[in-house]
Write a protein that binds this ligand. Structure first.
Ligand code: ADP
Ligand code: MG
Length: 500
């Protein structure tokens, strides 16, 4: 029996009128009783539960900061002692400003790879000239072979090096030296070599894990006949720290919030029990935490768990999957899909696009949150043009709330992670961090472009540390600092030695 329903719309808690959805019907002699459910009634509990599951009140932040600090300690105590690998960077002398000469940097991050050259002029002249190019990585190379990927990188580098001229010059008979920023987990074996532990951020290149990535690049350069040499292999966090430190001696921590996330910091050699024999003239070194692998006590939802299960690295990089740019859009898409399926958030049909993993990107989520118009017109046209669904104002408001909930959780947890690092440093060396100016160098497209995310991050730091301590903690965006930082570390570790 088919029933046509005609009933007045239901006034939703979001203030607009939505038509009810027919759930089923029962027939009695002479009349039909219809069970109807408003779409808003069925969507609202999903939103309420989402907010509850994503909530990051102070006790949750406190737990995350404490757990970050204790996981750091466990990772420093013994190899494999924690989710956090706490990788030794072999960088123990930081840039001073005296570096001189021509150096190249190569940055393989997530979405792009960048090549850069810099002519350094020492304390007085500093950066005389710098040039860079950015190439996006063809998606098929993310799933190809190691040789294909490194050949692509080497040829990009070769093309860039050919164009050198002007203010850039290299002393006769010297080979061009490169600082290689490689933003994936690497077990560093020296300052210029390291074994790839695993690919992350959606890369699934075959044949690189377990190999020295510098050797992979060298082999590709040889295949091309390109005479350049890697003098420093650095994680992007380490490059960012070095680049920022070049200008500011108070930089102690660097954090990346881009496609993925990671953090590094300056550690005392004698606070690294797992380190048996390593001589550092400075008594300090940079530790790459690989904090993306952190997972202790995070507020997770069914959407996170499903996304993780469907990912190419299930069970891994949980912190990264909760707070970084590659994933925020996908979490939002999963929430919206469930809402659309459960309660006709966007009318009857579910668009093909909403069913497509990673169709919603974090920059989209960010754009949705920037819409300040009364009718959320930008959100409406985005939903129409990109997602392929029509929407009423009430649905748009829900979409904005979902985006905000996911960004808020991400930003606040990132803030708690930073506090965890600062507290660990302070606890081990009283007065090192608190009560004086300390700079956290920050880089990455997510932090750079998402104002609400930045605000949530800062709020969490304030809540955890209180106003007195927070006023001395400077979270400073150092755009593309890792490129210059890697070039600086190539200078510090030049095979030609240095007189600076
Ligand atoms: P990578 O991390 O790949 O080295 P970036 O630091 O440039 O590169 O970060 C790029 C990432 O930043 C993108 O993958 C995206 O997740 C995020 N992002 C870029 N633009 C925006 C934006 N407008 N709003 C929010 N996130 C953004
Ligand atoms: Mg990067």
């Amino acid at each position: 029996m088919s029933v046509t329903v005609s009933s007045p719309g239901v006034r939703s808690i979001y203030g607009s009128t939505r038509s009810p959805k027919l759930l089923g019907s029962l027939s009695w002699p002479g009349r039909v009783i219809m069970a109807v459910q408003s779409n808003v009634i069925s969507v609202a509990p999903i939103l309420t539960k989402l907010k509850k599951d994503c909530a990051t009140p102070l006790p949750v932040l406190r737990h995350v900061a404490d757990a970050m600090a204790s996981d750091m300690r466990a990772g420093l105590a013994v190899e494999g002692g924690s989710d956090l690998k706490m990788i030794l960077s072999y960088v123990d002398s930081l840039p001073t400003g005296n570096e001189k000469g021509l150096f190249y940097a190569l940055d393989l991050g997530g979405t792009n790879f960048r090549v850069l050259r810099v002519q350094l002029g020492g304390k007085e002249e500093r950066v005389i000239a710098t040039e860079f190019e950015q190439v996006s990585i063809p998606p098929e190379l993310m799933f190809g072979t190691s040789e294909e990927l490194f050949d692509f990188i080497a040829s990009g580098l070769a093309k860039f090096a050919e164009k050198e001229g002007g203010k850039f010059n290299l002393p006769d008979k010297q080979t061009r030296e490169i600082g290689f920023t490689f933003s994936f987990p690497v077990q560093q074996t020296s300052v210029d070599s390291g074994i790839l532990i695993k690919w992350t951020k959606g890369f699934a290149v075959s044949g690189t894990a377990g190999k020295d990535v510098v050797a992979c690049l060298n082999e590709a350069m040889q295949r091309l006949g390109l005479d350049m040499r890697v003098s420093a292999l650095v994680n992007d966090t380490v490059g960012t720290l070095a680049g920022a430190r070049y200008w500011d001696d108070d930089v102690m921590v660097a954090v990346i919030l881009g496609t993925g996330t990671n953090a590094c910091y300056v550690e005392r050699i004698d606070a690294i029990p797992k380190l048996q024999c390593h001589n550092s003239t400075f008594g300090r070194t940079i530790i790459n935490t690989e904090w993306g692998a952190f997972s202790n006590g995070l507020p997770l939802t069914e959407f996170d768990r499903e996304m993780d299960a469907d990912s190419i690295n299930p069970g891994e990089q949980i912190f990264e999957k909760t707070i970084s740019g590659m994933y925020l859009g996908e979490i939002v898409r999963r929430v919206l899909l469930k809402m659309a399926q459960a309660g006709e958030l966007f009318g009857d049909s579910i668009s093909e696009k909403l069913l497509t993993p990673f169709m919603l990107r974090t920059p989209d989520v960010c754009a949705i949150q920037q819409d300040t118009s009364k009718d959320l017109e930008v959100v409406g046209s985005f939903l129409r043009d990109v997602v392929g669904v029509s929407s009423k104002l009430s649905a748009r408001q829900i979409v904005v709330e979902v985006c905000d909930t996911i960004a808020k959780r991400g930003g606040r947890l990132a803030g708690a992670g930073i506090v965890g690092i600062l507290e660990k440093m302070e606890m081990d060396s009283k007065g090192l961090i608190f009560g004086k100016r300390t700079v956290v160098a920050m880089d990455g497209g997510l932090y750079e472009h998402y104002p609400q995310y930045r605000t949530y991050l800062q709020e969490a730091v304030n809540e955890l540390l209180g106003p007195e301590i927070t006023k001395n903690i400077v979270i400073e965006h150092t755009k593309d600092g890792s490129g210059i930082g890697a070039a600086l570390l190539a200078a510090t570790n030049s095979k030609y030695g240095h007189n600076f």
